[in-house]
Design a protein around this ligand. Structure first.
Ligand code: GMT
Length: 391
């Protein structure tokens, strides 16, 4: 089946059929993939999400958006579920029925490998594979000896590869010895939805006496250094009445709960767990903290910017590409909680400066407005689809 492409006078007006595969649970890559898919559907493309569960942001009805669930058999002989293979089969099935033009894989492992297999199985189809690298797929998981060869292979075999920051592109090229064009397309934000809005009830709840509110959101993995967040907050609350809201869940949470109690901060640190709606929380925040060990982009910092929240971050990965030190917040070395606390106190105790930073943060977020970045993906789809198709 040929794609729904109309050409007139060499000008391409096209709608594509796009298969998006991502991790459906909480996490930046799934959020980016889902928001991209929804935006593409609004522009007239047909978007087929293919994953083992409904992506968390894929709520409500949207025209031209479809979900295909990958079922993984748990036959007793299989000690490990064969998701990669089941995903390939589902991709082939969707391509056969829907005529997919592009499989867009978010997070390389194992999605890019499944897509490569699917493409091979499809034989004569002109379906193309684009892989978007998000972070730990490159900086952590892919570097494990058991994954490195398949990772390198899957990236090299993709028809197009994008990375969410220049940092991640460089890491990919050097760590895997890959010689391939990688397009940097940064993450994006819907600045209409993510904007500071009044939430007096949330403010009353978490800061009844006008305390300052510091926020951190993550999946509580080691790389996020959530314990640094608590330690730096401990220094801040000694000087300024304040509360810390920790949003999300993951392997480090118990350790963080223990640390909070050890420091006697249980009345001031609230563990909110996973939250779908972040705007009410970010709208009452005075500061956002992201002291990560590794961060290829830092989508959560961009969400904070959009809500006018200055950010205190570490200096790793793609964070310095997003954060403007001294304007949208401050950058400190990994683990330097004293300096981070000093920066936090500087902003929290200086309302005029805080206001300036808050405005700069919002302004910075507009540079990553969804409409603009989604267009970059659209152009990239066209470039990959037509250059390959004509070769
Ligand atoms: O790599 C991860 O930690 C997982 C990944 C995800 O799926 O949440 O996060 C990465 O992708 C996000 C979206 O592109 C980026 O904003 C995060 O910075 C990045 N995380 C890391 O690099 C640790």
């Amino acid at each position: 089946m040929r794609p729904a492409v109309i050409t007139s006078n060499d000008k391409i007006t096209k709608t594509m059929r796009i298969g998006i595969t991502c991790y459906p649970t909480y996490g930046g890559s799934g959020v980016v993939a889902t928001e991209l898919g929804k935006a593409l559907a609004l522009r007239g493309h047909s978007v087929h999400f293919i994953s083992y569960a409904l992506p968390i942001r894929l709520t409500g009805f949207a025209d031209r958006v479809y979900f295909h669930e990958v079922e993984v058999s748990n036959y007793p002989l299989f000690d490990f579920p064969l998701y990669t293979l089941a995903l390939s089969s589902k991709m082939v099935e969707v391509a056969n029925y829907e005529g997919i033009d592009i499989f867009h894989c978010h997070y390389a492992i194992p999605h890019a490998t499944s897509a490569y297999l699917a493409k091979e199985m499809l034989g004569g189809h002109s379906t193309k594979v684009i892989t978007t690298l998000h972070g730990t797929d490159i900086t952590l998981v892919g570097l494990e000896p058991s994954f490195l060869p398949i990772m390198k292979f899957s990236i090299e075999k993709s028809d197009g590869v994008t990375a969410v920051s220049r940092f991640l592109r460089e890491k990919t090229l050097t760590n895997y010895g890959i010689n391939k064009e990688i397009e940097v397309i940064p993450n994006f934000i819907d600045t209409e939805r993510f904007r500071r809005t009044p939430h007096p009830e949330v403010l009353r709840h978490y800061a009844p006496a006008g305390e300052k509110i510091l926020v951190h959101t993550s999946n509580f993995r080691g790389v996020k250094r959530v314990q640094d967040v608590i330690r730096l907050f401990e220094l801040v609350q000694r000087n300024i009445p304040s509360h810390l809201l920790l949003v999300g869940d993951g392997p480090e949470r118990s350790q963080c709960e223990i640390l909070t109690r050890e420091l006697g901060l249980q009345d001031k640190v609230k563990f909110l767990g996973k939250q779908v709606e972040l705007v009410p929380i970010l709208s009452v925040a005075d500061l956002f903290l992201i002291p990560s060990q590794s961060e290829s982009f830092g989508l959560s910092a961009l969400e904070a910017f959009a809500c006018g929240v200055p950010v205190i971050s570490s200096s790793v990965g793609g964070l310095p590409e997003l954060q403007v030190h001294g304007q949208t917040g401050y950058i400190a070395e990994i683990g330097d909680v004293e300096r981070m606390a000093k920066y936090a106190l500087d902003l929290l105790s200086n309302p005029a400066k805080h206001k300036l930073f808050s405005e700069s943060a919002r302004k910075r977020s507009l540079e990553f407005e969804a409409e603009k970045i989604v267009s970059l993906y659209e152009s990239y789809y066209e470039k990959v689809f037509y250059s390959q198709a004509s070769s």
